[in-house]
Ligand binder design. Structure first.
Ligand code: ZN
Ligand code: ZN
Length: 374
């Protein structure tokens, strides 16, 4: 079904490792244990489980086990090497390598190391110092490399293609679960998979921002909210459209216009140098001025990449500043208990002086009117 040609991507792992090493030396660290699965993938292209990556000034060593030996050999770039932890725990092997390389001050990812792992690692490392590094790799991941942008575009195209396909086959007797199932299958057929369980919410249920698809039939209510995204070659996309089935109530129109207006206003503001909180602020104010402020209870957006939710955070509390190459969602919504909800979400990419919408799917009011038959 896909018309997207298969592309073999060359990732610049050397540049990624260089950036990490620069940050390590700034903090006076001579080693760094990467435990976050996506961070390991980002730095060395390995996607297996139960593995850590030890980065030193000269080496990048993947600590893994027999199960992933072949996969590691096939996926690691030349600047990385494998060390099997044969019959040893991850922390014992990591400690052994730290001793071998005479590392004294080692950074670790407190977000990805459990307390138990940390405790055992500290014991194995004895007098060596362990220092938390915060979101060191996550912060690098905020700015996408051109090859990542290509994959994100591809993932976004898959999302819009699949939604078009699924929308064509909708009938009122289908349930929310049927629609979610069709989305999942269409994504698999297109060579990807769902980045997350699709949210399909009809009628009153659409006022729950994260409603789980249920046995309710989609013909039972006017509003049909679909929030979905593809994961393609490890990269995600995220998009929401809210449709109207059959009748076209005035209240729906008014709220839809307010949500779309808020989204457009926020998108117009996006460019390098603006703060994430000001983007959230402009959409929030737009809805407040129209009396919907209290019905928009979540943040405006989130970064998208190897994870569906990553940095930057687009919220009123965010301290992130927008830079070229960032990819994130803009998703205002109005949720009124007892009536329903409307959310419009796109994944956008920041360019030199504005942003580009990656999830190109119609969202003007007329396009959203789906006349259901039967
Ligand atoms: Zn979403
Ligand atoms: Zn989202």
């Amino acid at each position: 079904m896909t018309d997207d040609p298969i592309i073999i991507m060359e990732f610049d792992h050397q540049s990624r490792l260089r950036k990490v090493r620069k940050r390590l030396s700034r903090r006076g660290l001579d080693g760094f244990l990467v435990a976050g699965k996506k961070n390991i993938y980002y730095l060395c292209g390995f996607s297996g489980e139960d593995s850590w990556l030890l980065v030193t000034a000269e080496r990048a060593i993947l600590i893994t086990d027999f199960r992933f030996q072949e996969q590691a050999a096939a996926s690691l770039p030349p600047e990385c090497e494998v060390s099997l932890r044969t019959r040893k725990s991850l922390n014992a092997k990591a400690a052994e390598l730290c001793r071998e390389h005479s590392l004294k001050k080692i950074g670790f990812e407190e977000r990805h190391l459990s307390y138990g792992e940390f405790y055992r690692l500290k014991k194995s490392l004895r007098s060596r110092e362990l220092m938390p590094v915060g979101e060191l790799v996550e912060e690098l991941r905020m700015i996408k490399y051109p090859e990542e942008i290509d994959l994100l575009r591809r993932s976004a195209r898959m999302t819009t293609r699949v939604l078009s396909l699924v929308m064509k086959g909708l009938t009122p007797s289908l349930t929310e679960l049927d629609v979610a199932g069709r989305i999942n299958i269409a994504l698999l057929r297109d060579g990807g998979r769902s980045a997350f369980s699709p949210i399909v919410a009809t009628g009153l249920r659409s006022s729950q921002p994260h409603a789980v698809a249920s046995h309710h039939s989609i013909g039972g209510g006017n509003v049909l909210l679909i929030d979905m995204g593809a994961e393609s070659e490890a990269y995600n996309s995220d998009m929401t459209r809210t449709f109207i089935l059959g009748d076209f109530p005035r209240k729906f129109k008014t709220i839809y216009r307010a949500v779309l207006g808020a989204q457009k206003k926020a998108i117009r503001l996006i460019r390098p140098g603006v703060t994430a909180s000001s983007i959230d602020g402009v959409a929030r104010r737009y809805l407040e001025e129209r009396g919907y402020g209290s019905y928009f209870g979540h943040s405006l957006g989130h970064g998208v990449g190897l994870e569906v939710h990553e940095r930057p955070v687009i919220s009123s509390r965010s301290r992130d500043v927008i830079k070229k190459g960032m990819v994130f969602t803009v998703e205002p919504g109005v949720y009124i208990p007892g009536w329903g909800g409307i959310r419009i979400e796109d994944t956008v990419m920041v360019t030199e002086d504005e942003c580009e919408i990656l999830t190109e799917y119609p969202k003007d009011l007329e396009s959203m009117v789906q006349k259901m038959k039967g």
